[in-house]
Ligand binder design. Structure first.
Ligand SMILES: *[C@@H]1O[C@H](CO)[C@@H](O)[C@H](O)[C@H]1NC(C)=O
Ligand SMILES: *[C@@H]1O[C@H](CO)[C@@H](O)[C@H](O)[C@H]1NC(C)=O
Ligand SMILES: *[C@@H]1O[C@H](CO)[C@@H](O)[C@H](O)[C@H]1NC(C)=O
Length: 449
């Protein structure tokens, strides 16, 4: 009898020490099953005047995209949400010390939080479980790719800093029902985000600040948590791709003042440089949004440089025109004078030829006859021919003097106009250099502040 009682005691104690608990026991105890919809129906409070405190934490994992053209900001965030479910509690001692159970997310009520700026449904894979604690605290976390709108100011592009907000609030519950409490303050969120940041792309993450706001409508207030992400663009790529090439072209344009050529080549060079800039302007069109309250500085930069180069092109055209004008005038003058001159020349030539041919004829025909009469005749012909040749030479000399005079006059005119063009060139170059220097310093100061 005593031994039987002892045996029973041994079995009992053995059973107690070997007690096995599963998570299902906890769920059975809570009546938390997929069929039981009571847990998902309403806000988890026993008294409807109780407020559900929702603790929220958001950390920035990555900046996936920032598109200025469409004003879209795509961060990848990690969000954790924690609240209290008053209907859930168990004693861990009764369940072998189980303090936490992971259950599918759709078994319990969850706060209806949403992001106001989000424009696309998140399609990244979801974590299907959440933790339920023995004191009724529910906790889950989620990774989200948030495609959100963000009003960007591209005035200082590419040296700009952008601030994009992610506002989180309950869709229907007002502030008396759901209070939102940020788990980390701004400095902690920033520090933590810096630590886990995987990729920032073109952007440098500055800080993540937390704030809250009450939105009212019809005497009802909703609470919102606003996470503001500050990012600064890394301008190197744009400087290399855009600002420097334009500056190089401007330098080339400045240098072209030293091309000592007053025909078409300088003009062609300037036109080519201007065309190269207009190609670069097309790239700008792809990057910047057309709507912006303030003109982007980079647009001013391009347009002013473009205008300056156009002005210098026009100045080159003017100078070329001024240089060409006197020589054209000279050509026209020569055209007027040359005709009679040439006629005279041609006449002279013809006379020479006829004279020579008559001489030859004379010498050929009279060879066989007596010499004396021949010599006489030749002498005679020579005398008349000599006078003629002298006249011709005189004529020729007169013509030579005339053209020399004219050339001297036109050369003088040319030198005068060249001098004038040179002066215009110098004045414009000075103006150009001063304007460029002033403008560039102005725009770089604007960019820096
Ligand atoms: C679970 O349901 C049973 C009856 O279906 C009830 O007796 C029990 O009290 C419920 N448990 C809890 C924690 O509500
Ligand atoms: C932010 O929170 C951390 C701890 O989480 C605390 O040490 C720090 O003082 C807080 N900073 C501010 C500005 O409240
Ligand atoms: C929002 O309203 C709640 C409750 O009235 C109040 O405690 C909280 O300070 C308010 N928040 C702001 C940012 O005004």
């Amino acid at each position: 009898m005593r031994s039987a009682a002892f045996l029973l005691l041994v079995i009992l104690t053995d059973g107690a020490s070997r007690k096995v608990c599963s998570y299902l026991d906890v769920l059975d105890y809570l009546n938390l099953t997929a069929d039981n919809r009571a847990f998902t129906l309403t806000r988890p409070v026993l008294d409807h005047t109780h407020t559900t405190l929702v603790k929220l934490d958001i950390i920035l994992y990555a900046i996936l995209a920032v598109v200025e053209k469409t004003q879209t900001f795509v961060p990848f965030i990690w969000a954790s949400v924690e609240w209290n479910d008053e209907r859930i509690s168990w004693d861990p001692a009764q369940f072998c010390g189980i303090t936490e159970v992971a259950i599918p997310k759709d078994l319990l009520w969850r706060p209806d939080l949403f992001i106001y700026e989000m424009t696309q449904k998140d399609d990244s894979p979801q974590n299907p479980y959440m933790f339920v604690s023995h004191d009724g605290m529910i906790y889950f976390d989620e990774d989200m790719k948030v495609v959100s709108t963000c009003k960007m100011d591209v005035h200082k592009f590419p040296f700009d800093t952008q601030e994009c907000s992610i506002s989180i609030g309950s869709a229907i519950h007002c502030v008396q029902e759901i209070r939102l409490i940020p788990f980390s303050n701004s400095s902690r969120a920033t520090q933590f985000s810096r630590k886990v940041m995987k990729t920032q792309g073109e952007w440098e993450f500055l800080r993540l600040s937390v704030g809250s706001l009450n939105v009212s409508f019809d005497e009802r207030h909703w609470e919102q948590l606003i996470y503001t992400v500050s990012i600064r663009r890394r301008p190197l790529l744009h400087v290399i791709n855009f600002l420097l090439p334009i500056l190089f072209f401007l330098t080339l344009d400045l240098a072209s003042f030293f091309i000592a050529d007053h025909r078409g080549e300088k003009l062609g060079f300037k036109v080519t440089v201007l065309l190269a800039i207009s190609v670069l302007l097309l790239i700008l069109n792809d990057i910047l949004p057309s709507m912006s309250n303030k003109t982007p500085l980079i647009a001013t930069y391009c347009i002013v440089i473009f205008a300056l180069m156009l002005l210098s092109l026009l100045e080159t055209i003017l100078v070329t025109y001024l240089m060409e004008k006197p020589s054209q005038d000279k050509l026209r003058q020569q055209g007027d004078f040359q005709d009679p001159e040439e006629q005279v020349n041609i006449k002279n030539k013809e006379e020479k030829q006829t004279c020579c041919s008559c001489l030859c004829k004379v010498s050929d025909n009279e060879k066989q006859h007596e010499l004396l009469p021949v010599i006489e005749e030749v002498n005679n012909s020579f005398q008349t021919g000599e006078a003629h040749v002298l006249l011709m030479i005189l004529d020729e000399l007169k013509n030579l003097q005339k053209t020399a005079n004219r050339q001297f006059i036109s050369r003088e005119g040319l030198a005068k106009s060249a001098h004038r063009a040179e002066r215009i060139n110098k004045a414009f170059f000075t103006f150009y250099v001063i304007t460029v220097t002033l403008f560039l310093s102005f725009i770089f100061i604007e960019w820096n502040t």
